[in-house]
Design a protein around this ligand. Sequence first.
Ligand SMILES: [Fe+2]
Ligand SMILES: [Fe+2]
Length: 193
Amino acid sequence: MTIDSIEVLFQQELKDLYDAEKRLTKAIPKMAKAAGSDELKTALTEHLEQTKNQVQRLEQVFEIVGVKAQAKACPGMKGIIEEGEEVIERDAEDTFADLGLVGAARRVEHYEMAGYRSLIALAEAMGQDQARELLEETLEEEQEADRRLEELGQQLLEQVSQAGDEDEEEDEDDEEVEEDEEEEQPAPARRGK
Ligand SMILES: [Fe+2]
Ligand SMILES: [Fe+2]
C-alpha cells in the first residue's frame, strides 16, 4: 500500500505497534520468570498486565479510526526481544543477571515510547483526540515502567557496589590491624589497689 496520507501512515504505524505489544505479552513472562529479585519479578509481572491492557487500547484506537485491528510484523521489537532472550541465557551471577535484564527491559520500553510518541504526533495532526488520549495513557505507563526499572537498576547496582566495598574494607581492616600492632605502646604497669 502506498503511504500517501497521514491517515495511511498512522494505520501502518498502529499495526506495527500492535504487533510489538502482542509479542511482548509473550516475552515479558519469560523475563519475569528469569528475574532473581522479587522486586524485578513484580515490576515485570505488573507491566505484563498493563501490556495486555495496552493491546486492548490499541484495538480501541483501530475502532476509532475505522480500521480492522491487524498486526504487521515489527522486526524492531522482534530483535529487541531476541536480545532479551540472549541476556537471559548468558552466564551471569544473580545481581548481574538481574542488571542485564533491567537493561533489556528498558530497551523495550524506550522502543515503545518512541513508537507511541510518533503515533501521538500523527493522531494530533489528524485531529483524532480520542485516539491521541488513549495513546497518551499508554505512553505514560511505558514511561512509568521505565522509571521503575531505572530505580531498580540503581538499587541492584548499589548492592553490587556495596558488596565490592565490603570486600575492600575487609582488606583494609587487615592492614589496620598490622599497623596497630606496629604502633602499639607497652601497656602501663598495673597499679595495685
Ligand atoms: Fe507496551
Ligand atoms: Fe512497555
